[in-house]
Design a protein around this ligand. Structure first.
Ligand code: SF4
Ligand code: SF4
Length: 459
């Protein structure tokens, strides 16, 4: 049963950037040909960095674990290809600058492109033969992390915790970031696999109620998911909730506010109010890990923007370089000026195209000067005119201009007093600023500097 859009509960703030999803919305997921080399980052998640468990010249098989860590908040990494370890070295990383990775030369003969397993699931899948413990164990072994971008280890999220019992599971299928359509496509093409993943995640977490939040600009996904759930999960307390199209509707806290009319305390986490939120692609990965014991070695990536010749949605080995993926997509156009890992609002512009695809990479967006806008491209920034628009749109109820000003003046303590770390980096403030001030950029820099000062990330 479709329930009404719960627009009355929508979160405060947000903005309406042009969606531009038409560039890839109708592109079926394609498997890319075998890649020549992968660089598998040892840190693709929030938490402790993995230690390599292979060394130079070792022969590895597709799916083999190549890095792990004993820490509770961490997640192992696996090779997506069969081949030989060339080296373990620092690779370009969009946030950290450089980060350790296992570089593997793929065997030219032994690597047929991996096909997704969605056709092996049926909508009437039952979770009966799996215990909660088994599900959590398989999710940990498979190295599953939040694939919507946050990269939080999924086992930690779903595992029962007596101090913070979970009641409600929300599947985040909003995909509010402009241009990106990978989640939309998997909802249309991998529906039974997603439903299997939802059932398994619900069982592991012990949640009694499940909501699937989908923005109302994706009527086909709402229809497909709803039809499948009505037939196969009727009475199972899994409900599709169409939500208003507004950026950043897919933010964890914003989605909870919209669907449940509840707020996660500032600096807190959803389990504090009995909620666990999982991205829809993560649900699909859980199904593959539990039912077929397959580690997370591939993901769907949207390659989009007017600066790329062959836009589309591609099933890509994790560790493939942006360069190789762009090559597969017919190269960039002559007027392409910016490559972003992710979408235009939350993504990070990269200069080094050897940067590898990670578990959290949902898109590569290649923009032209025209798409960026003349003033923004020229970086024409004027003085703040104190219009207050950045404050109005901030979904975290912050004062972005104050935080940015503090960071600019090297006053990290002051920025912290203004709750800098509560910023979700949605970019709404920069998007609406008439003075073209890169407010979110300053705040991101401030957060990295603070983490370095606290030695949470290397210099
Ligand atoms: S301060 Fe952070 S959370 Fe608020 S609008 Fe800017 S980027 Fe988004
Ligand atoms: S939106 Fe820009 S100009 Fe307006 S108050 Fe914020 S920083 Fe200043």
């Amino acid at each position: 049963m479709v329930i009404e859009t719960r627009g009355k509960f929508t979160f405060r703030g947000g903005s309406h950037p042009p969606g531009r999803k038409n560039l890839t919305r109708d592109s079926q997921i394609q498997t890319i040909g075998a890649c020549k080399q992968v660089a598998v980052m040892l840190s693709q998640h929030i938490g402790a960095v993995c230690e390599p468990i292979v060394k130079k010249n070792d022969q590895v098989k597709a799916g083999q674990k190549i890095g792990d860590c004993d820490a509770f908040v961490s997640s192992p990494v696996h090779s997506p290809v069969s081949g030989k370890v060339k080296e373990i070295s620092l690779q370009s990383h969009a946030v950290l600058g450089r980060s350790p990775a296992v570089i593997i030369d793929a065997d030219s003969e032994n690597n047929p492109p991996k096909q997704p397993l969605f056709s092996r699931f049926t909508e009437d899948f039952s979770d009966e033969s799996f215990s909660a413990e088994q599900i959590c164990g398989a999710v940990r072994q498979a190295g599953i992390v939040g694939m919507g971008g946050a990269g939080f280890p999924t086992r930690v999220k779903i595992e029962p915790n007596p101090r913070l019992p979970k009641e409600t599971l929300i599947i985040n299928a909003c995909e509010c970031e402009p241009y990106i359509t990978c989640d939309y496509r998997i909802m249309l093409e991998w529906t039974p696999q997603i439903i299997a993943g939802i059932k398994l995640a619900r069982k592991a977490s012990g949640c009694s109620k499940v909501f699937v939040g989908i923005e109302d600009n994706k009527p086909s996904a709402i229809k497909v998911m709803n039809a499948a759930l009505e037939t196969y999960a009727n009475g199972d307390d899994i409900e599709v909730v169409p939500v208003k199209t507004k950026y950043p509707q897919g933010g964890e806290r914003q989605l909870i506010e919209t669907v449940l009319n509840k707020n996660v305390p500032t600096g807190g986490i959803p389990p504090m109010i009995g909620v666990v939120v999982l991205n829809v692609a993560t649900a699909a990965a859980i199904a593959e890990a539990v039912v077929f014991e397959k580690p997370l070695t591939h993901r769907v990536v949207t390659v989009t923007g007017e600066g790329i010749n062959k836009t589309g949605n591609y099933y890509v080995p994790i560790g493939t370089s942006v360069n190789e993926l762009i090559e597969f997509c017919g190269e960039m156009t002559d007027d392409a000026v910016k490559v972003i890992l992710g979408g235009p609002m939350m993504g990070i512009a990269i200069a080094d195209l050897t940067t590898p695809i990670q578990k959290t990479t949902g898109a590569i967006t290649v923009l032209t000067r025209k798409e960026i806008g003349r003033a923004k491209f020229a970086g024409r920034q004027t003085a703040c005119i104190r219009c207050g628009r950045c404050i109005e749109v901030c979904p975290e109820h912050l004062n972005p201009t104050r935080i940015a000003h503090a960071v600019k003046n090297d006053l990290l303590d002051l920025a912290q007093k203004y709750y800098m770390t509560a910023c979700m980096e949605c970019g709404c403030c920069s998007y609406v600023c008439p003075a073209n001030i890169e407010i979110a950029g300053y705040i991101k820099t401030g957060k990295v500097l603070l983490a370095r000062a606290k030695k949470k990330i290397p210099d």
